[in-house]
Design a protein around this ligand. Structure first.
Ligand SMILES: [Ca+2]
Length: 267
């Protein structure tokens, strides 16, 4: 099949009449949450999916029949947490792909078996766990175990030359979980009020009420938390009085929601 690869390349160059190869297949990597939403950050300890998409870029598009790749990643930050799952148009070959070596997914991929796949399609996904803080990049890299890992497209008998396949990469940052304390939320709210484009008189009045609440909170023991709630209620009354006047309705809603969130943590 090495000869087949070389022949495929020669045929492609002859057919296109160009010495510069065009991308025929893209293999794109994406990080997403367990519901399938693309993400760029993940809380430490949480799981996420690495998803691999393929697309045939030829015109007219005929579809990717089989695609494989290696993926390198930092083993100190994330670890494999589940088996490979094929996308809905593809199936896994028994024994194909080795995910047992930390830091490397070797020869992972899938084949089509369910009609003509056109458009960008999910080839496979794989569950990872975020183990340590930092940014991890998953690098897609050409496979090397031919002919088992040949990248095939409909309409061509020979494999797609590796140099005509674009292997993508994706980064995701592992972050601490965001569990703000009431103090932190109150400080956020104070900063938010300070940045509002409102008259300084109103801003100062609102700020004074929040500072009162923050002072009470920082001095509070369990028995004094009602005092904090009362001070936040005073803040909310002031906001309501200014809604549609010194504050827009939207600003007022945001301030009320923020205060209610803090109160909910205190009662
Ligand atoms: Ca490999």
């Amino acid at each position: 099949m090495k000869a087949g690869l070389a022949l495929g390349l020669a045929l492609l160059l002859t057919a296109t009449g160009r010495m510069q190869a065009d991308t025929v297949v893209t293999i794109r990597l994406e990080a997403c949450d367990l519901s399938g939403n693309a993400i760029s950050t993940v809380d430490i300890g949480e799981e996420f999916l690495l998803r691999v998409f393929v697309q045939d870029l030829r015109v007219p598009e005929r579809g990717v029949f089989a695609a494989f790749l290696d993926v390198f990643y930092s083993q100190s930050l994330v670890s494999v947490a589940g088996p490979i799952t094929a996308g809905p148009n593809y199936f896994l070959l028994p024994g194909q792909g080795d995910i047992s070596h930390p830091g490397m997914l070797d020869e992972i991929g899938a084949m089509d078996g369910f009609g003509v796949p056109v458009g960008e399609l999910l080839l496979l996904s794989l569950r990872f766990r975020a183990d340590a803080l930092g940014t991890v990049t998953f690098f897609g890299d050409p496979p090397d175990n031919f002919p088992f890992s040949d990248i095939l497209v409909y309409g061509w008998n020979d494999p797609v030359p590796i140099e005509d396949v674009e292997f993508g990469s994706v980064s995701i940052t592992v972050v601490p979980p965001y569990n703000p304390t009431p103090d932190e939320l109150l400080e956020d709210l104070i900063n938010y009020v300070a940045e509002l484009d409102i008259s300084s008189g109103i801003a100062n009045a609102l700020d004074a009420k929040l500072q009162n609440a923050l002072d009470a909170l920082q001095a509070a023991n369990g028995g004094q938390r009602n005092d904090v709630v009362n001070k936040l209620c005073a803040f909310m009354h002031s906001v309501e009085a200014q809604a549609g006047k010194a504050l827009t309705q939207e600003q007022a809603h945001q301030l009320l929601d923020a205060a209610l969130e803090i109160i909910a943590m205190l009662i």
